[in-house]
Design a protein around this ligand. Structure first.
Ligand code: ZN
Ligand code: ZN
Length: 130
C-alpha cells in the first residue's frame, strides 16, 4: 500500500520531515517546534502544525493519538506496531512484522473491506522495570 503523493518541499517542510526522520521518539508538535526553531528561529508553531498536517495527508509521516489527547508524529509512514510505557510515557516501535491476516479475519466478520489496522501494546518498559 503506497498512498504517497509528491508535495512541494518548502524549506520549513523539509526541515520538519528531517527532524521527524532523525528521531525514534514519536514527538509532539511542540517538541518538533522547539527543534525547528534551532534551524529557523522565526518559524511559528502554526507553521509547524500546518506542515505536519500536509505531510500526514501526503503519507510522508503518521499522526497518532494514543488516547493522550494530543498527537504524536512518526517519521516512519509504513505500518508498524507500537509499545507505550505507562510509567514514563515513552513510545517505541515494536520489531514485529504486521499481521496482515488480521485484516482478513476482520473482513470476514464485518463483511467489510479492511485497508489497514493499528496495534498498540501497553505496559512497563525495561528502564522502568529496574
Ligand atoms: Zn518507562
Ligand atoms: Zn513508530
Amino acid at each position: 500500500m503506497n498512498k504517497q503523493k509528491s508535495i512541494r518541499m518548502t524549506k520549513q517542510r523539509k526541515l520538519i520531515l528531517n527532524i521527524l526522520r532523525s528521531t525514534k521518539s514519536h514527538p509532539t508538535a511542540d517538541w518538533i517546534y522547539q527543534e525547528a526553531r534551532k534551524e529557523i528561529p522565526n518559524i511559528s508553531l502554526g507553521t509547524v502544525y500546518r506542515n505536519l498536517k500536509i505531510l500526514v495527508q501526503a503519507g510522508e509521516i503518521l499522526e497518532m493519538d494514543f488516547g493522550s489527547g494530543y498527537s504524536r508524529y512518526d517519521g516512519n509512514p509504513t505500518n508498524h506496531y507500537h509499545f507505550k510505557c505507562r510509567i514514563c510515557g515513552r513510545m517505541e516501535d515494536v520489531e514485529l512484522e504486521t499481521i496482515e491476516s488480521l485484516n482478513r479475519i476482520v473482513e470476514e466478520s464485518l463483511k467489510a473491506k479492511i485497508e489497514n489496522h493499528r496495534l498498540e501494546f501497553y505496559g512497563v518498559c525495561n528502564d522502568c522495570l529496574d
